[in-house]
Design a protein around this ligand. Structure first.
Ligand code: UDP
Length: 241
């Protein structure tokens, strides 16, 4: 019998930015395909996977507010952007034979299912990848918080955050070459050092629910499956001791 994976169920958060590839805006088909392939590999190896996809590659409420738009209105537009990304990811996964469902926190009945926790659980038990769209459904939140919320609701063993670099650094290593990289951090260290890996609401929610956060580079093909096996490079955020 093949070895049992360390995680029975995980949530992977992918930011909208990660789907842009080298583009400045929108979706890069090859990048979406490569992430879908990685998700497929993890599902095939026996871990249940659900996804939260951001929308920053298309629209961010904060930027719209800075340009004079009502913040809540902009945030609703941002949430709609995440639905587009979720549909793109659904398409890429299904092309690879992975059964999926998109569930949106803002009901959109002709496009996808509404978010129903128990139904999502059932989908996952049947081996389907559930893609949670429209964030939390509320303005003034982020998809990072949506990821922590859904991971807690779905009783995930870990929340994986796929980023542009191979873990958490003291500063953006693409801008500060001598930034320090951490293998392990506590939730409180992330909060007190104001490390820009996830927003404070998401970190707090994960902490309250004892949900480990694992940060890795989503652009390294195969990294998702490696991290699930405890291999490769990543940063773990957990409670001390
Ligand atoms: N958003 C929101 N509530 C949520 C999640 C997202 O209002 O629960 C809006 C917000 O405007 C945000 C945008 O959707 O800027 C896109 O999400 P996010 O910035 O989290 O995407 P990412 O940075 O992961 O690409």
């Amino acid at each position: 019998m093949p070895p049992q994976p360390a995680y029975k169920r995980v949530l992977l958060k992918v930011s909208g930015e990660a789907l842009m590839g080298r583009r400045d805006y929108g979706l890069d088909a090859d990048t979406v395909a490569s992430i879908a392939q990685d998700v497929r590999d993890v599902v095939t190896a026996g871990t249940e996977v659900c996804l939260v996809i951001g929308g920053g590659n298309i629209f961010r409420g904060v930027s719209a507010a800075a340009a004079g738009m009502d913040r809540a209105q902009g945030d609703y537009m941002g949430m709609l952007a995440t639905v587009m990304n979720a549909l793109a990811m659904q398409n890429a996964l299904e092309r690879r034979g992975v059964p999926t469902r998109v569930q949106s926190a803002i009901p959109m009945s002709s496009v996808c299912e509404p978010y129903i926790r128990r139904r999502a659980e059932r989908h996952m038990e049947k081996g389907r990848v559930v893609i949670f769209a429209a964030g939390t459904g509320n303005p003034f939140f982020t998809t990072d918080t949506a990821a922590a919320l859904r991971a807690a609701e779905m009783n995930c063993d870990a929340l994986l955050k796929g980023t542009q670099v191979d873990g958490v650094y003291s500063a953006d290593p693409r801008k500060v070459p001598d930034a320090e990289r951490y293998d392990q951090l506590t939730y409180l260290e992330v909060l007190s050092r104001d490390l820009a890996v996830m927003d404070a609401a998401a970190i707090s929610l994960a902490r309250e629910n004892g949900l480990p956060i694992i940060v890795f580079n989503i652009h390294t093909p195969g990294a998702f499956a490696q991290v699930i096996r405890g291999e490769g490079r990543f940063t773990t955020i957990v409670e001390p001791g």
